[in-house]
Design a protein around this ligand. Structure first.
Ligand code: HEC
Length: 494
């Protein structure tokens, strides 16, 4: 990280500006809505102070039937984990932190959809509770238990359409396997657009049997699925040109499913097409045994846009990464990889999604436009928890054509990185988890001149930006266009 890139966003609230100056960034709309931060209580108790945090964040996974190895829902559940809760919430945005979300809060953009991270005060409250004997507190102050419909609740809300893949069996002693799975018709009879997407593996692993390893990888066997939806035309002989679908308008590629990966929310103006009569097609699924015979299938949940919706923006299709000459030395922490691309169109960045493998520790995304060099984000990386970070609407970068996007990957191929099986090995590029990738798989849309100007005008209005503000990820947002000649008043612009 280079000094001088951390930029503040001047705002109207005095104390917030001060805090922002110290932190190096400001959350524009969070500032306007957030009440004064709850201070850390003198003597935190489970019922009054910890249970509300657990219910809001941790219970999504740490409840009976949840994906996590233990429940934290009641005092009895949580008490034995008090010290571990303190440790896992306080280590900063890197492998091991709970909840698993790795955005660095001292640099770059800070507003994301579905950000589950804890505030500094909440982290301090958990720490103080653990340090003071983890008391229960007054049972009357315990919030009523949260009711979960069932353990298959969806982060995108109840899907409008769920498509299930055929069941797969992975033997306990099976080697890794890559290949094709039978395609499954999605059953839509009209074209619809997709607002959000989530994929779950449903299997017969008993999470609480104690037999599986207490990791996400031990619970699931489908490690990734690269997939598309495609209208399969039986009259076309695809064996002649297996890549013909790449040019086919009716084929849509979707975000890769990976174990531990979160849901996707598409830009409301650029929802993705799900063609009538198409099928889920994957010729690259990676199965990895968890040590016992397991039956599993994937459930693909789609949240649809209302009927009649049409997208305003086109997807921007370009690569950002280096798949050719990755060179990761043995037994060395803190190695860097760099890759660049030049934007050929005005671009709105919808999400940032570092795709690294086991040695991956961190990735930064930087935008260079003329003399503007901004770090848009730096995020930690844990190969057990692949995250995509969807920007909130008013913080998605709006970058002019010609901007250079630069990613920096930080790799730790040393014994301190527990995800690396044997750091004595040199590592290069490849598909397998013991080989490497270095890509930003984020989603982006392309904007015309008009759309680009409109997006910036709307953002200026919503965030009350003036020419004195500094906006991370939108170098032209504060360039106030001159008034239209007919309406010119001659007064200074503010
Ligand atoms: C997205 C699901 C998810 C959320 C949300 C989540 N956890 Fe976890 N947690 C897990 C999983 C899965 C594991 C085991 C694998 C791992 O450690 O990464 C785990 C492990 C832990 C451990 C370590 C257990 C051990 O064996 O040492 C602690 C402590 C913990 N979580 C606390 C929390 C707390 C506190 C919160 C809320 C602030 C939280 N988690 C939120 C899924 C989650």
């Amino acid at each position: 990280m280079k000094a001088g890139f951390t930029v503040g966003w001047r705002f109207h609230i005095g104390t917030a500006v001060l805090a922002a100056a110290v932190m190096g960034w400001v959350a524009p709309f969070a500032l306007k809505t957030a009440a004064a931060p709850a201070a850390v209580p003198e003597a935190p108790t489970f019922t009054k102070d910890i249970a509300p945090i657990v219910q809001r964040i941790c219970e999504n996974c740490h409840r009976p039937d949840g994906v996590a190895p233990m429940s934290l829902a009641t005092y009895e559940d949580a008490r034995p984990w008090a010290r571990a809760m303190k440790l896992r919430t306080s280590i900063g945005p890197k492998a091991g932190v709970m909840p698993p979300w790795y955005v660095e809060k001292n640099i770059g953009i800070q507003q994301f959809h579905n950000d589950p991270s804890l505030s500094e005060d909440e982290i301090a409250t958990i720490g103080k509770w653990a340090d003071t004997g983890a008391p229960r507190g007054n049972p009357a102050e315990m919030p009523p238990p949260k009711v979960y419909a069932d353990h298959t609740a969806w982060a995108i809300g109840t899907p409008d359409l769920i498509v299930k893949t055929k069941e797969l069996t992975v033997k306990g002693d099976a080697p890794d396997w890559w290949g094709e799975i039978p395609s499954v018709p999605i059953g839509l009879t009209e074209d619809r657009y997709v607002a959000a997407l989530e994929i779950k593996e449903v299997n017969d692993v008993d999470a609480h049997s104690g037999l599986n390893r207490a990791t996400v990888g031990g619970r699931f066997v489908v490690h990734h699925m690269i997939w598309r939806t495609q209208v399969i035309d039986p009259t076309k002989d695809q064996s002649q040109d297996p890549l013909s679908f790449l040019l086919d308008e009716e084929t849509v590629n979707w975000p890769v499913h990976e174990v531990g990966r979160n849901a996707d929310f598409f830009d409301p103006k650029s929802a993705r097409l799900l063609k009538a009569g198409s099928s889920i097609v994957s010729d690259s699924i990676h199965l990895h045994s968890n040590g016992r015979d397991t039956k599993a299938h994937l459930e693909i949940g789609f949240k649809l846009m209302p009927k009649g919706y049409t997208p305003t923006y086109k997807r921007a299709v370009f690569g950002l990464g280096n798949g050719v000459d990755i060179d990761i030395k043995a037994m060395e922490p803190n190695q860097q990889l760099h890759a660049y691309t030049v934007l050929q169109q005005h671009t709105k960045i919808i999400s940032f999604e570092p795709h690294l493998h086991a040695p991956g520790q961190r990735m930064c995304l930087e935008a260079i436009w003329g003399y503007n060099i901004q770090t848009l984000n730096c995020v930690g990386y844990d190969h057990n928890w692949v995250r995509g970070y969807d920007y909130a609407d008013d913080s998605a970068p709006l970058l002019p054509k010609g901007t250079i996007l630069h990613i920096v990957g930080y790799m730790d191929n040393s014994p301190t990185n527990k995800n690396v099986p044997d750091p004595r090995n040199w590592q290069g590029s490849g598909n397998r988890s013991v080989a490497n990738m270095f890509i930003d798989l984020g989603m982006r849309v392309a904007l015309t001149d008009e759309q680009f100007k409109d997006e910036m005008a709307q953002r200026r209005a919503r965030l009350h930006l003036t020419k004195n503000d500094y906006v991370i990820g939108c170098p032209l947002c504060t360039v106030i266009p001159p008034p239209a000649p007919a309406k010119a008043s001659g007064g200074p612009q503010q």
